[in-house]
Design a protein around this ligand. Structure first.
Ligand code: ATP
Length: 425
């Protein structure tokens, strides 16, 4: 029996055919609910990792104590429920106290952790931890276990995940209830409903036990949101997460510092007008301040972001962020967001009619007339043309193309007023 907080890290237990690491964590957290030292953690790791199954989630649970017998119970439960088909590396790490591996944890969110780094870290934490693998020698899942246990919290959101009681993967979608819940609880909850497409976003579509997930800033409001939905299920859990925080994005000085399998944010100038591919994707050539060139691609699926990227022009100064493609020679960003910092300024010398705003016609050198209103203007002047893209606004993908770690524009931790707190608790 050990009295330190004991940390359980779990990762890589699901495959394309089923399973869900959050379900395993929810079951364990319910089993030991009297000993939880915090909410269970759901940490989204580097979204650019090619060997992830879905959302690259890793889980950790902190308990005030755990007996040796219970350690065996946890291990046999995790190993029995983890899926072993395909490329999974089901892993469990039990750690007595935390060994301050925050740098490792952040690297797992922003970059690729190598096998050597994993081995070195395991050697350091060895004396205070014990690990279990479902496939002997397949240790990759331990990266997620260490990262989830040691995650440093600079910002956090919460997700309430409810699980199905049956094996039916056909999930009923209650569109109007979700819309109603969203209108009552947003922005304390977010990513519930795509108003552009008219569809709920809380229902996953894979073969996993999740019924729905509601994301937000405050656990009590999440519980209230579940009550509004009116679903009854025997297992649900609130997780503390790094979702919606942009923790994966790294600001870099230019393309030379943007490496494959990371998410980089780069300031650069648009080098030529956007090219639209036959599939509707937008490709933009860019040059950074060191004169290095690269490209940003805004896929058609990003909806609103793709539409805004079409309006960029050669000469615009922009900040673009997104996942770097693996090709090391040719730097290409898969755009997740953009800000127009300084637009190329366009002038027109033909005035518009002050009444109807139509372009006036030049009748003589320097003399203009509006053919509709008959208003006349004399003399050339330079008129700054309006661009239909707002300077310094963050443009992001449409709601249905949003990924777990992306921070909704304008999101900031919200404090619930005291009087509402008492109603919710
Ligand atoms: P989810 O539970 O959301 O479905 P996932 O199934 O997409 O997550 P996993 O099945 O957990 O992802 O597979 C990801 C694997 O990659 C794990 O073994 C994890 O340890 C490993 N991994 C995650 N991030 C990194 C990283 N930054 N560097 C190296 N390996 C990583």
């Amino acid at each position: 029996m050990c009295e330190l907080p004991v940390w359980i890290g779990i990762d890589d237990t699901d495959s394309y055919y089923g399973g869900c690491t959050t379900w395993i964590a929810a079951k364990l957290a319910s089993r030991f609910k009297d000993r939880l030292v915090d909410f269970p953690y759901l940490i989204r790791l580097n979204p650019e990792i090619p060997w992830k199954t879905r959302g690259n989630g890793a889980l950790a649970i902190g308990l005030s104590s755990l007996t040796d017998k219970e350690v065996e119970e946890v291990a046999s439960f995790v190993m029995a429920t983890a899926r072993d088909e395909g490329k999974t590396n089901p892993s469990l790490l039990i750690s007595w106290g935390r060994e301050r591996q925050e740098r490792f944890a952040i690297k797992a969110v922003r970059d690729v952790v190598t096998k050597r780094e994993l081995e070195r870290t395991l050697a350091k934490i060895g004396p205070t931890s014990r690990y279990f693998l479902k496939k002997p020698g397949k240790m990759r899942g331990l990266i997620g276990c260490i990262a989830a246990i040691n995650h440093p919290w600079s910002d956090a959101t919460y997700e309430l995940i409810a699980y199905r009681d049956d094996q039916n993967y056909e999930r009923p979608e209650f569109r109007d209830d979700v819309l109603w819940m969203d209108s009552l609880t947003a922005p304390v909850t977010f990513a519930n409903f795509d108003r552009e497409m008219g569809k709920p976003l809380i229902y996953p579509h894979g073969p996993d036990p999740v019924l729905f997930g509601i994301r937000g800033e405050d656990p009590k409001v999440l519980k209230a949101a579940m009550t509004i939905l009116g679903n009854s299920c025997s297992l649900w859990m609130v997780f503390k997460t790094n979702q919606g925080t942009n923790e994966h994005v790294v600001d870099v000085n230019g393309f030379a510092w943007a490496y494959p399998y990371t998410t980089a944010s780069i300031e650069a100038r648009v080098a030529s007008n956007p090219v639209i591919t036959p599939g509707g994707h937008v490709v933009i050539d860019m040059v950074d301040r060191d004169g290095n060139s690269g490209q940003a691609v805004f896929y058609r699926q990003t909806g609103n972001l793709n539409r805004v990227a079409r309006r960029l022009m050669k000469g615009d100064l922009v900040r673009v962020w997104g996942g770097m493609r693996p090709e090391a020679q040719h730097k290409v960003i898969n755009g997740q967001g953009l800000v127009l910092i300084a637009p190329k300024i366009l002038y027109d010398e033909v005035p518009s009619c002050p009444f109807c705003h139509r372009k006036m016609r030049e009748v003589n050198a320097g003399r203009y007339i509006c053919d509709t209103c008959k208003v006349q203007a004399i003399g050339r002047a330079r008129f700054r043309l309006k661009r239909d893209i707002i300077v310094n606004r963050i443009y992001q993908p449409s709601a249905s193309a949003f990924k777990h770690l992306m921070k909704p524009a304008g999101r900031r931790p919200i404090r619930i007023p005291q009087e509402i707190e008492s109603v919710l608790s």
